[in-house]
Design a protein around this ligand. Structure first.
Ligand code: KIV
Ligand code: ZN
Length: 383
């Protein structure tokens, strides 16, 4: 694959992810997650927003001091004081990135910034060129990009690139866009903005309509080569695009997307567990890739299938994401194949009549509860 087929993974669990209400983590916990993200081999770790608090500043500084291979990024508004705080926080980093943003939508400019498009444009140029005095690697983001006027968006992207941005990032800050619309917008930007092929184009999606992952994948199809995402999809409101879902979609459906990431997917489950523990955000059992039921089967037809050949009902090998092996959960929908397998595993070989009798008694028990454990099944055998 050519280098243009590599998609960079920009993890923002420690910045946008932690902005989820109730997700705050201690500095030590954030440092541990940063280490796991480096082990996962993500390209960029957005460590925090140094101007926002002393705690954030300290944890960006500690992460910058510790991380060796991933780039460590810090966020700033289009304000020189914010950039100065990032300079100080990122000082010990081996590889650092300044990430600066400003809103470009009419609603944000009028009601939040109370500035005209020309004033905002001036701040884009000033913030990026000021940041370039300190950093070789500068990312510029248009906040609320998908609700911005495309002409103004193109003007800002062009000026950010002229001022020295090395990555430009289109955000779907409020999770408003659709995969088709996002594809069209990115195609338009990539066609219209001079020199955009000289920088990296990135996408940053939120999940308000449950489309953050689909929109990120659509961005890749349109030409984006960096995706911003978080572990378990945590983030503001409904969250960000889930890193594990984007990465596994690109891996499992490599034929459809034709790009690769450098992520060592076998560490995904470990990170998911850790982020869940530290934030207190429980991963729903049916969550794709890392949910407890992602590789569990309860119904007889599916159990029969996976016992015969795992791929009948699983498209991901659990080992590929560091998950536990395929599990057969015995419940009211389970069938004889799975029951027979459990008996064999425990060294019981029942004749046809005894087995059928056991199966009927198992079904009676299963009808009264959510699942039946191996121990309960063996107790039925012994009774
Ligand atoms: O959602 C968003 O617009 C952001 C920016 C600060 C990049 O998180
Ligand atoms: Zn965001």
């Amino acid at each position: 694959m050519a280098s243009s087929d590599k998609v960079l993974i920009f993890d923002t669990t420690l910045r946008d992810g932690e902005q989820a209400p109730g997700a705050a983590m201690s500095g030590e916990q954030k440092l541990h997650i940063a280490r796991l993200l480096e082990k996962l081999n993500v390209d960029v770790i957005e460590a925090g927003f140094p101007i926002s608090s002393q705690g954030d500043f300290d944890s960006v500084h500690a992460i910058a001091r510790t991380i060796e291979t991933s780039t460590v990024a810090a966020l700033s508004r289009a304000v020189r004081g914010d950039i100065d705080a990032c300079v100080a926080a990122l000082k010990p980093a081996r590889r650092s990135r300044l990430h600066t943003f400003i809103s470009t939508s009419s609603i944000h400019m009028r009601y939040k910034l109370k500035q005209s498009p020309d004033e905002v444009h001036e701040r884009v140029v000033d913030s990026v060129s000021y940041a370039r005095r300190f950093f070789d690697d500068v990312e510029w983001s248009c906040e609320d990009g998908t609700r911005s006027d495309p002409d103004f968006l193109c003007r800002c992207f062009e000026s950010a690139i002229k001022a020295g941005a090395t990555t430009v990032n289109l955000t779907d800050t409020v999770g408003f866009t659709t995969p088709e619309e996002f594809f069209e917008l990115i195609s338009q930007i990539l066609n219209r903005v001079p020199n955009i092929d000289k920088v990296r184009f990135s996408a940053h999606c939120h999940d308000d309509l449950g489309m953050a992952v689909a929109n990120s994948l659509s961005a890749i199809r349109a030409g984006a080569r960096q995706i911003e995402c978080t572990i378990n999809g945590i983030g503001e409101r409904a969250g960000n695009a889930s890193l594990e879902e984007v990465v596994m979609a690109l891996k499992v459906r490599a034929g459809a997307y034709g790009v690769k990431t450098g992520v060592k997917t076998e560490f995904l489950k470990e990170l998911s567990n850790c982020v869940s523990e530290y934030t207190g955000f429980v991963v729903p059992p049916n969550k794709a890739v890392v949910g407890a039921n992602a590789f569990a089967h309860e119904s007889g037809i599916h159990q029969h299938g996976v016992i015969m050949h795992r791929n009948t009902y699983e498209i991901i090998d659990p080992a590929d994401v560091g998950g536990e092996d395929t599990s057969i959960v015995m419940g009211r929908h389970s069938g004889r194949h799975a029951l027979r397998r459990i008996l064999n595993q425990h060294g019981h070989d029942l004749g046809e009549n005894a087995f059928e009798d056991l199966y009927q008694r198992f079904k009676q028990v299963a009808d009264t509860k959510k699942s039946v454990s191996d121990d309960e099944i063996i107790a039925l055998v012994q009774s």
